[in-house]
Ligand binder design. Sequence first.
Ligand code: UD1
Ligand code: CA
Length: 449
Amino acid sequence: MNHFAVILAAGKGTRMKSKLYKVLHPVAGKPMVQHVVDQLKTLGVKRQVVIVGHGAEAVREVLGTSVDYALQSEQLGTGHAVQMAEPVLGQEKGSTLVVCGDTPLLTSETLAALISHHEETNAKVTVLTAHAEDATGYGRIVRGEDGNVEKIVEHKDASPAELEIGEINTGTYVFDNEMLFAALKQVKNDNAQGEYYLPDVIAIAKAAGETIAAHAAPAFEETIGVNDRVALAQAETWFRERTNERLMREGVTFVDPASTYVGPDVVIGPDTILYPGTQLLGKTVIGSECVIGPNSDIRDSVVADKAIVRQSVVTDSEIGSEAQVGPFAHLRQQAVLGANTRIGNFVEVKKSTFGEGSKSAHLSYVGDASVGKDVNLGCGSITVNYDGKNKFQTVIEDGAFIGCNVNLIAPVTVGKNALVAAGSTVTEDVPDNALAIARERQTTKQNYR
Ligand code: UD1
Ligand code: CA
């Protein structure tokens, strides 16, 4: 059976009261709609069609070319939104999943179970339901006396009795593709919001004598629909709990899970300890037996085994095994540290490599530099890489020793085992094994006062 997916992402998200389009609000550092698309990718659906409208360009920019798009230029409701996929999917035979772009916690496992249930029951529509403690705002599942689903009624259209129903529509469904596009033509907008509701397809299919099935999600938490900032914070909390629990079961220690934030795509090895206030995002990979935090922010970076990163900010960088970073270091834009390196307090490293065993322990800026092995950069030493227009390279070869408060005016090379005296401003290359002193001699005026 062919599987297709339609992701609804054209709404403005008025209740967010935000300039940012709703489905682009991040949960665990990743836009909500990207969560949905990534889960569908692991399912292996044949084609994903994302319905865009408000912020269409911004959504396309985030999701890229791995999905198809259909434009809904006027937001006339979720049923109307799915109709926009008809030119792409209308002629197909198979099952079509419809998922909202604002349900970021849905897992591929639950979506796979939904599809299996749909196929086992030979249904034309299967809706994913959940039991909510507070169902406010959600569509309610109305079942007949035989227990089968009859229709879905939106909160705003529900009778007092229907408002008592705790079983909600998660906004996730599998439809027989041909039936879906045929039924959508019959959906009307005579309701409280004047919109074409996708859930009305269920009552239409029912009236036509089709089989309607329902499949319950394992927990309400997974199905939360984020319409406002309160739900956004709730989604963030639940997502964090889920991710942290998974990692703890894989052998990662969280000293305080409530204050440790790990993105969905982060990988962490066993026996790594995460201290409070740590945030690991993007495509970050942390090895085993590392110590991270407290208060470290690491994004899109790789940290090898047994490294320590305390109170530091690391972006797009690599840290070698047993390296020590921090407290209060900043690595960015391809800072690549070898094994056993040490980057200490108030050191910024940008677009530079450090060979094995090299150190910059205090108060330095190292930018656009290639630092060899076993180099010592003294306190306050600076690579002067920028003349106001262009950036230049500094090369420091193996075993060199750079004294305190040295300025290395790039482009410049300090040779192997060379020594640069403290306080020097180096403008010319220093040969291997040489000593460079580039500073005024001290003048001492006796009995000056
Ligand atoms: C919807 C369901 C409700 C369900 C809930 C689950 C309808 C009518 N109601 O309500 O039964 O309980 O989701 O979270 O479907 N969108 C478009 N174009 C539109 C309108 C919406 O693309 O014209 C998109 C939105 O961007 C959003 C999704 O569809 O990602 C759902 O829309 P939203 O307004 O959030 O629906 P709910 O009121 O939450
Ligand atoms: Ca919603």
